[in-house]
Design a protein around this ligand. Structure first.
Ligand code: BES
Ligand code: ZN
Length: 438
């Protein structure tokens, strides 16, 4: 084992250079114009998986972006881990806020900056290099490994869920290992035992066939931008309570022990507020901040579009307005049921003066696991060895749609073994990954 660790230390600079190549491919799954880049990235990952010594490497076509699979299954009698990660990344806008270009990775002060540095290419690369070090120094892996990567995590994992269900035999393992979450804080190794789910909706309103002069027709027809504002205002009250009837019916309250555990975590509210640049925190006052971020459902507008947004003024009544609204879900909320409740409520409150269209964009189940299984315990020991500290147990407010699919289809524990930091700027400009964590 010491040989393996020495190998890792001596090769650190090469690893960073190779990671830069992975980060240079703009594999933005949400943008059709990057479709070929996403495939190129899958092929790059496949070649890398072969280079580090994995076998049976395949790029698997789906109705969307490809999956990549590889394995190494010669550790007779040892358990099998299925490692999952994603090689797709989020869009990069607003581009002008990046200090260095998002697809030209740059190292500054011990961090590597690029889109995907943390979410999730850097964290996937951690495992590739661990595999390589074992293979180079010992010619084998201590356990059996199957690796599956996808290129659609950031757009809802629509094709991986069905693939996992249809190929449960081929993917069978004793545990699933994922590094796509955060550590609680710098130097605080963490194991995540819960993720929120998601129901993502789009509202489209049309008032008239085309834009109108607001002086000529103002007062006679509905303005979809005003109507949208009014609709959104009715989704939540001032104290943060969501007003969709039935929304909270299936919410499982936190157990008292869990609430006590949350309180024990070293959470510095003032520092977080400063880091975020928020004048004040908002939301449900009767729940702590961590509980609000990890264990309470939310409803947020993710995007709004209507009317004149260029410089200066234009007197116009816009013909259309659009809003993207997503809800983070907690156990035991069901994404389809929440989407239905949302749609019914919006239809009920929308005035007849506009045409309304509600579209479901995607969903994910919330997920939670016990942590008293041997694999979580083993992951905890590994973190303790690496960081010299026992890990804390955390939940996360984000979603990884396929986790619930793995648990349901393979019926084995999922270990979320994440190395991101809360200030790694996921989905934002200047995403980074800490090289010590790497
Ligand atoms: N790595 C994140 C999930 C995450 C975010 C975990 C923050 C812990 C903290 C993942 O890549 C992600 O962004 N997932 C999406 C899924 C969605 C598009 C269905 C998310 O949470 O928005
Ligand atoms: Zn992400």
């Amino acid at each position: 084992m010491n040989d393996v660790i020495d190998f890792i230390h001596t090769n650190r600079d090469r690893y960073v250079e190779e990671l830069k190549q992975f980060l240079a491919i703009p594999s933005i799954s949400a943008m059709p114009e990057h479709k070929d880049d996403v495939r190129r990235c899958a092929e790059w990952a496949a070649a890398e998986m072969a280079r580090v010594g994995l076998e049976n490497v395949r790029v698997i076509d789906t109705a969307g972006h490809p999956l990549v699979y590889a394995d190494w299954l010669h550790a007779e009698g040892a358990p099998t881990a299925l490692f999952y990660g994603h090689y797709d990344v989020q869009p990069v806008d607003p581009l002008d806020l990046w200090k260095t270009p998002p697809f030209e990775a740059a190292v500054r002060d011990g961090d590597i900056y690029a889109r995907g540095a943390c979410d999730d290419k850097g964290q996937v690369f951690v495992h590739f290099k661990a595999i390589e070090a074992h293979m180079k120094k010992t010619g084998r892996l201590p356990i059996n490994m199957k690796v599956i990567l996808e290129g659609e995590e950031e757009v809802g994992s629509e094709n991986l869920g069905p693939y996992v269900r249809e190929h449960a035999g081929e993917l069978a393992a004793d545990m699933v290992l994922i590094s796509d979450t955060e550590m609680f804080d710098r130097g605080v190794p963490s194991l995540c035992y819960g993720l929120r789910g998601l129901a993502y909706m789009q509202i489209d309103l049309r008032g008239t066939k085309g834009d109108l002069h607001s002086g000529q027709y103002g007062g006679a027809v509905a303005n979809p931008a005003n109507v949208m504002g009014h609709l959104i205002a009715q989704l939540k009250d001032k104290s943060g309570t969501i007003k969709i009837p039935g929304f909270y019916d299936d919410v499982r309250e936190l157990r008292e022990e869990e609430r006590a555990e949350f309180k024990r975590l070293p959470f510095d509210e003032k520092a977080v507020k400063k880091h975020l640049g928020a004048p004040r925190f908002a939301g449900e006052r009767s729940y702590s901040l961590l509980e609000r971020m990890w264990a309470r459902p939310t409803l947020d507008v993710n995007g709004l579009l209507s009317g004149w947004t260029g410089e200066g003024a234009k007197t116009v009544i816009p013909a259309v307005a659009m809003a993207k609204v997503s809800m983070r879900l907690v156990p035991n909320q069901h994404p389809d049921k929440i989407a239905e409740l949302f749609e019914a409520y919006v239809k009920k409150i929308a005035p007849k003066t506009v045409e309304l269209k509600v579209t479901r964009l995607h969903g994910a189940f919330p997920w939670m696991t016990d942590f008293d299984n041997v694999y979580v315990q083993a992951a905890g020991r590994a973190l303790e060895k690496g960081f010299g500290k026992r890990p804390v147990f955390t939940r996360e407010g984000g979603s990884i749609p396929v986790v619930a699919d793995f648990q349901a289809a393979l019926n084995v524990p999922v270990v979320l073994f994440g190395f991101g930091l809360p200030d790694d700027n996921l989905h934002a400009p200047n995403e980074k990954f800490n090289l010590d964590n790497f």
